[in-house]
Design a protein around this ligand. Structure first.
Ligand SMILES: [Zn+2]
Length: 226
């Protein structure tokens, strides 16, 4: 099977179907994509593991406030989140040429930030969830993400069939976010999970759980070009 994301010469991972959108630029940074990760035009956040979604008007650059999701329909506004294990999520609305970028660690996922980002697009731009397309990028996978009972218990809502969440358990952050997007009205065929584990691939990804405090961060971003 073809991998969902293709690496370009700058080390950025791209979702091939979106390369056909001439009005859109997007990518998931890696530890190889230093130029991309350091782009001066990024509009970013002081990430606080919340469910706060901020509208970016394109005028302010750099970190525009505390929060964990950014959305816009302004041409030229380049939205970014920084991650090293947390899930970077990109959402686009092709008919309305709007987009969102989300940082979803366990706290943001437990707060359903993915659903809230969809709601932000609906509220601000009149997006129809059925039109939206989403890609869940490299993050710590269920292979490596074991958590304690107090964290595991937060995921019972998204995994109602599991009976092991009162103890130490492995959590699939991709799947929890995917389910939130489906519940928000996205079509299953339009929600794509890259299934690349940051902890399993040290040559390509930073991982906080693997590398601790010295872990770098990778930038995932999206920009409406016109
Ligand atoms: Zn892994």
């Amino acid at each position: 099977m073809e991998p969902l994301l293709q690496q370009d010469i700058g080390g950025v991972l791209r979702f091939t179907p979106w390369l056909e959108y001439s009005w859109l630029e997007h990518g998931f940074g890696t530890r190889l994509s230093e130029d991309w990760n350091r782009r001066p035009d990024w509009i970013a956040l002081n990430q606080i593991h919340s469910d706060r979604c901020l509208y970016a008007d394109g005028a302010a650059r750099g970190r525009i406030g505390p929060g964990d999701a950014l959305f816009t329909n302004v041409p030229g506004a380049a939205l970014a989140v920084r991650t090293a294990d947390c899930v970077p999520l990109l959402i686009v609305d092709p008919p309305r040429r709007a987009a969102a970028v989300v940082h979803a660690g366990w706290r943001g996922t437990a707060l359903a930030i993915a659903s809230k980002a969809v709601q932000a697009l609906v509220d601000r731009f009149g997006s129809s969830p059925a039109d939206l397309e989403a890609v869940l990028g490299p993050a710590i996978g269920p292979c490596c993400y074991e958590v304690g009972p107090e964290v595991a218990a937060q995921f019972q809502l998204w995994f109602p069939q599991r009976s092991d969440l009162s103890g130490r358990a492995r959590i699939d952050l991709w799947e929890a976010n995917r389910r939130q997007l489906l519940q928000a009205g996205l079509a299953p065929a339009r929600v794509h999970v890259a299934s690349l584990c940051t902890s399993c691939e040290p040559n390509l990804f930073h991982s906080y759980r693997r590398d601790g405090q010295k872990a770098g961060r990778m930038v995932s971003g999206i920009r409406i070009c016109r």
